[in-house]
Design a protein. Structure first.
Length: 143
C-alpha cells in the first residue's frame, strides 16, 4: 500500500523554499502525487491497471492500495515535482511587470525565472529513473 499523503508531505518538504503566488494546501500536494501515480501507470504501459477504487482514505491518510517498488515511488515523486513547478509557472506566466498608483514594478517574474531550467532537470531525472525500471523498458518476444 502506498501512502499518497506521505509522498505529498515529501513533495511539500522538497519544494518548501520555492516561492508560490499563494500558499498551497495539503490537498493540492496530494493531487499532484495522484497525477504522478497516474503518469506512472500510463508511462509504463499499465494504464488499464490503474484503478481509482484503490485510492481511498484511512484515518485522514490518502492511500493507493497497491505495492510499488522504490523506483516507481521515485518516479511518482519526480513527476509530482514537475506538476508542482508547472503549476507555479502557469500561475505566474503573465506576471512580467505591473503598475500601482505609487510605483511601477518590472520583471515581477524574477523569483520564478529558473522554473523552466528546473523542469528540464526534472524531466531528465524522470527519464533516467524510467530507464532504470527495466521490466517496463525492455520487452521480450516469446516468438
Amino acid at each position: 500500500m502506498v501512502s499518497i499523503s506521505e509522498l505529498a508531505q515529501d513533495l511539500k518538504a522538497q519544494v518548501e523554499f520555492q516561492q508560490t503566488p499563494r500558499p498551497m494546501t495539503d490537498e493540492e500536494y496530494e493531487l499532484m502525487v495522484v497525477h504522478g501515480l497516474k503518469r506512472l501507470f500510463i508511462d509504463t504501459g499499465r494504464a488499464d491497471s490503474y484503478d481509482s477504487n484503490k485510492l481511498y482514505s484511512i484515518d485522514d491518510e490518502l492511500v493507493y492500495d497497491e505495492n510499488l517498488n522504490i523506483n516507481e515511488e521515485e518516479y511518482i515523486k519526480i513527476v509530482s515535482q514537475m506538476q508542482f513547478f508547472q503549476t507555479v509557472r502557469a500561475s505566474v506566466n503573465s506576471m512580467v511587470s505591473y503598475s500601482t498608483d505609487a510605483l511601477s514594478v518590472t520583471q515581477g517574474d524574477k523569483p520564478y525565472a529558473n522554473i523552466t531550467g528546473t523542469l528540464k532537470e526534472l524531466e531528465n531525472e524522470r527519464r533516467i529513473v524510467y530507464y532504470k525500471m527495466v521490466p517496463y523498458t525492455i520487452t521480450v518476444n516469446d516468438a
